[in-house]
Design a protein around this ligand. Structure first.
Ligand SMILES: Cc1cc2nc3c(=O)[nH]c(=O)nc-3n(C[C@H](O)[C@H](O)[C@H](O)COP(=O)(O)OP(=O)(O)OC[C@H]3O[C@@H](n4cnc5c(N)ncnc54)[C@H](O)[C@@H]3O)c2cc1C
Length: 292
């Protein structure tokens, strides 16, 4: 089923994002987490595409396995880093053959150490080009990324919106945000997006903090800011991951509660392949679909 068809009914979605583990043991523990989280009846789950397309085979295998073995709707992330148009086309063909209905079309980040993104010769330059290619050649439901605090390479808010609008005009059915910790950033982003005529649903990306050092690293890598008050609290748990995790659960639950009350189209959890915090956030926020 296409995620856009679920959203078109007016249903507000809950979804979980996972990454492709590198070991068999990691895959086993991922499936345990997915099965536990499936009790929350998510509308879909997604699997990321490792940096530079490094996990493309694993991503394809996992989305089809999750669909077949756990019975959840899936979405495959696809990026165009270090791949030709033909490479990306082949991955899309395999996803289609395996009966995957949804794709998150992304450009991807430049490999570490290479400051700017450089497409391979003849490769896609922007996510909007991948979306156009998908629309011309495939019948997937298509999502795209958006950035409440602007994409780190964006020159300014206006050009960020121009390029986001290009992705929607190319055929993105819905958008999923980068993680953010201040709901005002999300609400301001929504005002800007609606202001330039972007009407598609926007799912808010939420990451429950698991550890202080880890979240500081993640946030700086993806250009998300940690509000000073949260950072001061996190500082208390620099050497106490359990404490940081409890803080993360409480903080994310408050974020989700406020977003849900404000009528957000959906919440997309960055799970880091863990189930405990996300389950607790859903229960604390009292969201529909929670198993209780
Ligand atoms: C929900 C979500 C999931 C993600 N999953 C993954 C994943 O699985 N694997 C992974 O590697 N990365 C992932 N990322 C990270 C993402 O790939 C990076 O943030 C990347 O830098 C931007 O990807 P994009 O699709 O938004 O790119 P684009 O939309 O192409 O934008 C990239 C930059 O180019 C600018 N731009 C766009 N079009 C033009 C144009 N025509 N002219 C000039 N400038 C332009 C944009 O403003 C932006 O600054 C994810 C991000 C999000 C929010």
């Amino acid at each position: 089923m296409k995620i856009r068809d679920v959203l078109a009914t007016g249903r507000r979605t809950i979804s979980f994002e996972f990454f492709a583990p590198k070991t068999d043991q990691g895959v086993e523990s991922l499936f345990r987490a997915i099965r536990r989280l499936s009790s929350h009846r998510p509308d879909f789950v997604s699997v990321t595409y490792g940096a530079g397309g490094s996990t493309r085979n694993e991503t394809v295998d996992l989305v089809s396995r999750i669909k077949a073995e756990v019975g959840l709707e899936t979405m495959a992330h696809v990026t165009c880093v270090a791949q030709t148009r033909e490479d990306v086309h082949d991955v899309l063909e395999r996803l289609e053959e395996l009966g995957v209905d949804n794709v998150l079309a992304l450009r991807g980040d430049p490999p570490r150490g290479q400051g700017v993104f450089v497409p391979v010769e003849g490769g896609f330059r922007y996510a909007s080009e991948v979306i156009t290619h998908i629309r011309r050649n495939f019948d997937f439901g298509v999502g795209a990324a958006c950035f409440p605090e602007l994409h780190p390479e964006s020159v300014d808010a206006a050009s960020d919106m121009v390029h986001l609008r290009e992705k929607v005009d190319a055929g993105a059915d819905y958008l999923i945000t980068q993680l953010f910790f201040d709901n005002r950033d999300f609400f301001d982003f929504m005002d800007r997006a609606r202001g330039v005529g972007i009407r598609v649903p926007v799912l808010a990306g939420i990451l429950p903090v698991l550890a202080t050092a880890q979240i500081r690293r993640f946030a700086s890598l993806c250009g998300a800011s940690i509000p000073p008050a949260l950072d001061r609290e996190l500082e208390k748990y620099v050497d106490d991951d359990d404490g940081a995790r409890e803080l993360g659960i409480e903080y994310a639950a408050r974020q989700v509660e406020e977003l849900w009350r404000a009528g957000v189209d959906g919440i997309h959890f960055y799970t880091i392949n863990r189930s405990h915090s996300v389950s607790r956030v859903l229960e604390a926020a009292g969201l529909p679909g929670t198993a209780g």
